[in-house]
Design a protein around this ligand. Sequence first.
Ligand code: NAD
Ligand code: G3P
Length: 332
Amino acid sequence: MTFQKIGVLGGGAWGTALAYTAHAAGRNVKLWALESSVAEALSAGRGNPDFLPDVPLPKIDATNDLAEMADCDALLAVVPAQFARGVFEKLQDVIPADMPIALCAKGVERGSLKLMTDVVKETLPKARVAVLSGPSFAKDVALGLPTAVTLACPDRDMGEVWMQSIGRPEFRPYWSDDLIGAEIGGAVKNVLAIATGAVEGLGLGRSAHAALISRGYAEMVRLGVAMGAKADTLSGLCGLGDLVLTCSSSQSRNMSFGKALGEGKSPEEILSSRKAVTEGVATAPGIVSLAEQYDVRMPVCRTVNAVLNESMSMDEAISVLLDRPFKAEIMR
Ligand SMILES: NC(=O)c1ccc[n+]([C@@H]2O[C@H](COP(=O)([O-])OP(=O)(O)OC[C@H]3O[C@@H](n4cnc5c(N)ncnc54)[C@H](O)[C@@H]3O)[C@@H](O)[C@H]2O)c1
Ligand SMILES: O=P(O)(O)OC[C@H](O)CO
């Protein structure tokens, strides 16, 4: 069985790429974009010059009216984490209560510290929830390059329907039952990518880069396990896989943000010059608060947050990380 009509919430780079791959998998797709100019361009077959420039795309049926999502069989929610609640609230009286929704944003809601699964539970409590996450640059997916992701869904049958609906040789979903693991992997890797970007911008070398990925992964696993995730999930596509991708390419908005920080720019300066979302910036305080709540050590994420929100200088940040006491490598 497959969903026949898939709705995509969000006309940014990732929403556009997912709409394209669902269309290429044979689905009837309807995309909701906040900006009418994005909806018009996609519907006219002009691609998405605002958020995914220079990628030719077929016509994608798009609207900026959320009411038009009512007759979809399932939704991919691809609105950035900080805006998801507002969009879900507007859908309360629009979509069937038990709509299958796959959450695709990678972040923690600022202030509330809520994961996207919690936000959807509070706003659309009967929705049947899945999480789609993994190493996947929107441009790669929209160009039809091979990609594999985690599709987490506690209901195995529903997970199978999702995989059959959006999977194709170039876009391979792997099922998991671990919603929290899939969410934590995506949210934490964005914060860690800022740190590895800074290491690159500061010219600290490839050895430091690898050390940071490895120690950062330990932080991701510690938090995930404390929150109920399986460590195995985090060794997969949505954890280690996405961490490696995002920390290895300036194509990543989070990594390039960190690189610019390391080169001496201020967070405000960097953010004011880009339209694309940098999820790790808004998510860093949430991850640090979750670490405190669950009593988990996350020195790299804490340091990123201190640079972003507590005026810590890059020199201090390096000292804080290098002057930590020596200890056993594996310690949960
Ligand atoms: N781009 C990627 O390669 C990629 C891959 C995987 C996951 N993601 C995740 O997908 C999510 C969306 O990222 P993206 O790359 O599509 O975004 P983007 O940077 O391309 O675009 C920003 C999006 O934010 C939307 N937006 C801005 N203000 C809004 C508001 N007030 N209400 C609702 N929407 C608003 C814009 O309409 C636009 O769709 C993020 O959580 C990101 O981490 C992105
Ligand atoms: O460009 P980024 O840093 O938002 O990363 C995009 C994707 O999450 C990579 O999997």
